[in-house]
Design a protein around this ligand. Structure first.
Ligand code: BGC
Length: 346
C-alpha cells in the first residue's frame, strides 16, 4: 500500500489544496482531497482487468467550489440530507439553521463540511482528515471535532470511518456523497446498472421532499430492491413517490445493525460490482435527477442520471421525527459510523 501527496492547485481564495492517492499493490487507487475531504477518484479493474475511474469528480478546486451544489464526492456534514423548515428543538431550546434549500436545510447549510479545508495526517495505510466545526456554524450548537479515516485495502475495498465529539448536545449525520458510474465516470447514464438494497421499507417523501414520518413497505412498488433491479426500471416507474423525487431520491430503512452489507450496485457492461456495507440505519439513493449538465474530469460530460449516489446515513429530518433512529450526539459522547465500498468484477 502507498499513500502519496501532490498539489491539486489552489482554491479561488488562493489556499493550496493537496490530493492524496491511496494505491494498492495491484495499481488500483483512490484519490482524496484535503479540500472538503472529497473523494476525487476511484480507479478499479473491470472484467478485462483494465482500470476504470468510477467516481465522478473535477480536476480543479475552483470547479468543486463553483459546482458545489452537486456535492460530487463530498464529505457531507454536519448533518447530511434535509432538516424540515431548517429548525429543530434540542434540550427544550429552538435552533435555527441556514435554510439553503428553502424552506429546508440541506447537507449542512450554505457552507457545509465539503467546502472547508481539512487537516490531514497519514497513519499507516490510512489517510486521516480532521476538522473542528465551531459552535454556531450554520446554526448548529456545539463545537464539533470531526474525523474521517480513509483506508483502501489490497482487495479494492475502501473503508470510511467517521468519528465526532461535541462539547454540547448537537445533531450529526456524516456521509459520502460520491456519485458512481461503474462503467466509468464519464460513461453516460446509469440506467443499465442494477441495484439491490436489503430493506423492506422506505421513508415516504412529502411535498417538501422531507419524510412524512411514514415508513412504507417496498412490496409491490418500484422501491422493492430486495432483488437486483435496473435503475431505469425504477426511475421510469409510474409511482407517485418516483414522481415526487424525479426518480429515486429516497431513504431506505436498512435491515439489521452493525456493519452489514446493505446494497449492491452492478454494471453489466464493465462487469464491476460495488457492494456497500455500513453501520448506518438508512441509505439515501439519489439517481442524480437534478444534477446539472457540466464538464467533469478530463472533459467528461456529467448531468442528469449520469451517476448514482448511495448515501449511507441517518434518516432525513430525524431530529424532528422522534420515531426515527436518533441523529443527536450528546455532549462528550463519541459518534462513530462506517461505510465500506467494496469493488469486485465478474
Ligand atoms: C439529495 C437530493 C439533492 C442532492 C443534491 C441528494 O443527497 O437527496 O435531493 O438534490 O443531494 O446534490
Amino acid at each position: 500500500m502507498s499513500i502519496t501527496a501532490q498539489s491539486f492547485g489552489a482554491t479561488r481564495e488562493g489556499t493550496p489544496v493537496t490530493l492524496f492517492r491511496l494505491e494498492n499493490p495491484s495499481g488500483a487507487y483512490v484519490q482524496v482531497l484535503d479540500y472538503g475531504a472529497i473523494l476525487q477518484a476511484v480507479a478499479v479493474p473491470d472484467r478485462e482487468g483494465r482500470l476504470r475511474d468510477v467516481c465522478l469528480g473535477f480536476d480543479t478546486p475552483a470547479e468543486y467550489q463553483e459546482k458545489h451544489e452537486g456535492y460530487l464526492g463530498a464529505l457531507v456534514g454536519r448533518c447530511a440530507n434535509r432538516i424540515r423548515g431548517a429548525r429543530f428543538q434540542l434540550g427544550g431550546r429552538p435552533h435555527a439553521l441556514a435554510a439553503n434549500q428553502p424552506p429546508n436545510h440541506l447537507h449542512g447549510g450554505n457552507r457545509g463540511f465539503d467546502q472547508y479545508l481539512w487537516d490531514h495526517r497519514i497513519e499507516g495505510d490510512s489517510l486521516v482528515l480532521t476538522r473542528l466545526s465551531p459552535a454556531g456554524e450554520e446554526g448548529y450548537p456545539g463545537a464539533l471535532q470531526t474525523q474521517v479515516r480513509y483506508t483502501f485495502g489490497p482487495d479494492n475495498a475502501l473503508l470510511l470511518e467517521f468519528q465526532a465529539v461535541s462539547d454540547a448536545d448537537t445533531v450529526v449525520n456524516l456521509t459520502s456523497h460520491a456519485y458512481w458510474n461503474l462503467n466509468g465516470h464519464g460513461a453516460g447514464d446509469v440506467g443499465g446498472h442494477t441495484l439491490s438494497i436489503d430493506a423492506i421499507a422506505f421513508t415516504e417523501l412529502g411535498e417538501d421532499n422531507c419524510p412524512t414520518g411514514t415508513l412504507v413497505s417496498v412490496v409491490g412498488t418500484p422501491f422493492d430492491l430486495r432483488s437486483p433491479r435496473a435503475l431505469s426500471d425504477g426511475w421510469n416507474a409510474d409511482h407517485p413517490q418516483i414522481r415526487q423525487g424525479g426518480g429515486y431520491d429516497h431513504n431506505w430503512a436498512l435491515r439489521g445493525s452493525g456493519l452489514r452489507e446493505a446494497a449492491v450496485l452492478h454494471a453489466p457492461e464493465s462487469g464491476i460490482t460495488l457492494a456497500l456495507s455500513t453501520t448506518q440505519p438508512g441509505l439515501q439513493v439519489y439517481t442524480a435527477n437534478f444534477l446539472p449538465e457540466s464538464t467533469g474530469k478530463g472533459g467528461a460530460v456529467y448531468g442528469r442520471r449520469r451517476g448514482v449516489a448511495l448515501e449511507a446515513q441517518g434518516f432525513p429530518n430525524a431530529v424532528n421525527q422522534p420515531e426515527f433512529p436518533s441523529t443527536v450526539l450528546k455532549a462528550g459522547e463519541t459518534y462513530h459510523q462506517e461505510i465500506l465500498f467494496a469493488f469486485t468484477h465478474d
